[in-house]
Ligand binder design. Structure first.
Ligand code: ATP
Length: 230
């Protein structure tokens, strides 16, 4: 059943104060209830870090916001579009998955160009590869790249697409120190361009540099985290 309050507040054609709004969202996967009645408001252009133990449901929540999973109950909108409108949601949301989500048989450059085509965007794949230190991987198939190189490639893709809502699942995993700094730089640039960031991470001290508000997901429920001036 639709939630009248949500439906009237954010029509897609009206001003868009919220990038993400969830109301009473439940999600069950198989026999397990992962999300239990979540309410969430993320203002457009803000940055949020999503914390939680292994298996807490962070990836599941990111998949729901990118319309890869449907709520069992409740409803949500991204930039005013109903989560059930998969096409509209996929156009404004990019999810960088924990495993990078690349096409293994395409080269690095082909992966970037394909992503640009999917969004009818123009962009300079070669310079994006240079930016993440992968110029030599441009012509190599992704299946031959290391986990950290794939992460860098996925980061280049997220930066190139610069979707208004960018969801990033564990961006710091598999990266060396320079890679983590590069990640902060590129995500910081996206944020500076007004992109809304939601970052699932186990490194709050890193993530908070680009996504200062923190939420913790535990037992299927979200709560605000107070860093207490640290
Ligand atoms: N396709 C699926 N079918 C059934 N259960 C699933 C499925 N995918 C994930 N789960 C379960 O959902 C729960 C949440 O998983 P999720 O990957 O969202 O956690 P997470 O917080 O991202 O964990 P991590 O920090 O380890 O990446 C886990 O208990 C997992 O077993």
């Amino acid at each position: 059943m639709s939630n009248p309050a949500l439906s009237t507040i954010h029509d897609p054609r009206s001003a868009l104060p919220h990038a993400v709004q969830l109301r009473g969202v439940w999600l069950r996967l198989g026999r397990e209830v992962i999300l239990r009645g979540l309410d969430l408001d993320i203002p457009a252009g803000s940055g949020v870090t999503l914390l939680g133990e292994n298996g807490a449901g962070k990836t599941t929540l990111l998949r729901l916001i990118s319309s890869g999973l449907k709520p069992t109950r409740g409803e949500g909108r991204v930039l005013g579009f109903d989560l059930r409108d998969g096409r509209a949601v996929r156009d404004c949301v990019h999810l960088m998955p924990v495993d990078a989500g690349l096409y293994p048989d395409l080269t690095g450059e082909e992966n970037l160009n394909f992503a640009l085509q999917m969004h009818s965007l123009k962009g300079d794949a070669a310079s994006a590869l240079r930016r993440v230190g992968l110029e030599r991987a441009a012509a190599r198939r992704v299946r031959f790249l290391s986990a950290g190189m794939r992460k860098r490639l996925a980061l280049a893709r997220a930066h190139l697409l610069a979707r208004p809502i960018t969801l990033v699942d564990e961006p710091f995993a598999n990266l060396d120190d320079a890679g983590r700094q590069l990640t902060l730089d590129l995500l910081g640039e996206l944020s500076g361009r007004g992109v809304t960031l939601l970052i699932a991470a186990h490194e709050p001290q890193l993530a908070r540099q680009v996504a200062p508000r923190a939420l913790r997901l535990a037992s299927g429920v979200l709560s605000e985290v107070d860093y207490g001036g640290q």
